[in-house]
Design a binder for this molecule. Structure first.
Ligand code: HXC
Length: 257
């Protein structure tokens, strides 16, 4: 597929998607979301790829959903149509996805970043859910995911005031995993992705699934789920290889089996 709004590359076992609508600070229109889904599906079904990085430009990861495209929507048309359908599929990826964020990460852009598994941010990044200033509220998971990341007090502050927070505040409150100098940010994200992709793919996918379970279940259920998945790992060849390699003081050769 020829992409108009994103650039899709592979770097060894890592898929890289660059959001590419510079004229609109990477505002996420429906065409871009459809292309992003297409690219992510391609990486999901490509056995060579173990992890994906989504990034934007130096100025903006994404300044939100495309306001110009949304402005004239009506309720009934939106309800009957597929508005927002593409967004939920992004959160269903099974292989890990890293958001490599620089500059503005606003509204739907932050909601997209929060659907990823790890956010690595440049010192220049700015985060907000400013939908309230437009007469709406977040609609792609922001009201639900942000409190899970940073707690209710701060999520309310951000969602009800629409204010921006800088990278160090975002790191302090647990929204982003790492803050990196602007010229090192993408390399740091790609290096983290390459490391993840060097491990056993099924084990990585199970670990992602199990951590995500923590967002949706009480502790006792989550721990039970973890126990089941953990024990199932002993049915894989990669568990035998990983432990044998440790004992033999060599690097493991995982075969994704
Ligand atoms: C459409 C956008 C856009 C957006 C920026 N642009 N953000 N177009 N949708 N979300 C366009 C501008 O219209 C402008 O194009 C160009 O990008 C450059 O933006 P400027 O405003 O000139 O740049 P700057 O002065 O540097 O200000 C940057 C900014 C500001 C602070 C990020 O652009 C801004 O506030 N953008 C909107 C942020 C926002 O409200 N996001 C939430 C959207 S709602 P032209 O052609 O006019 O020069 C949302 C809901 C999601 O995300 C719900 C689920 C789908």
């Amino acid at each position: 597929m020829a992409y108009q709004n994103i650039i899709v590359e592979t770097r060894s076992k890592v898929g890289l998607v660059t959001l590419n609508r510079p004229q609109a600070l990477n505002a996420l229109n429906e065409a871009l979301i459809a292309e992003l889904n297409e690219a992510l599906s391609g990486f999901e079904s490509n056995p060579e790829i173990g992890c994906t990085v989504i990034t934007g430009s130096e100025k903006a990861f994404a300044a939100g959903a495309d306001v110009k495209e949304m402005a004239e929507k009506t309720y009934v048309e939106s309800y009957l149509g597929k508005f927002l359908d593409g967004w939920t599929r992004i959160a269903e990826t099974r292989k890990p996805v890293i958001a490599a964020v620089s500059g503005f990460c606003l509204g739907g852009g932050l909601e997209l970043a929060m659907m990823c598994d790890i956010i690595i941010a440049s010192e220049t990044s700015r985060f907000a859910l400013p939908e309230i200033t437009l007469g709406i509220m977040p609609g792609a998971g922001g009201t639900q995911r942000l409190p899970r990341f940073i707690g209710k007090a701060k999520a309310m502050d951000l969602i009800l005031t629409g204010r921006m927070m800088d990278a160090s505040e975002a790191e302090r409150c647990g929204l982003v995993a790492r803050v990196v100098a602007p010229d090192k940010m993408l390399d740091a994200a790609l290096a983290a992705a390459a490391k993840i992709a060097s491990y056993s793919q099924p084990i990585v996918m199970m670990a992602k699934e199990t951590v995500n379970r923590a967002q949706e279940t009480p502790l006792s259920e989550g721990a039970r789920f973890e126990r089941r998945v953990f024990l199932s790992m002993f049915a894989t060849e990669d568990q035998k290889e990983g432990m044998q390699a440790f004992i033999e003081k060599r690097k493991p050769a995982f075969r994704n089996r």
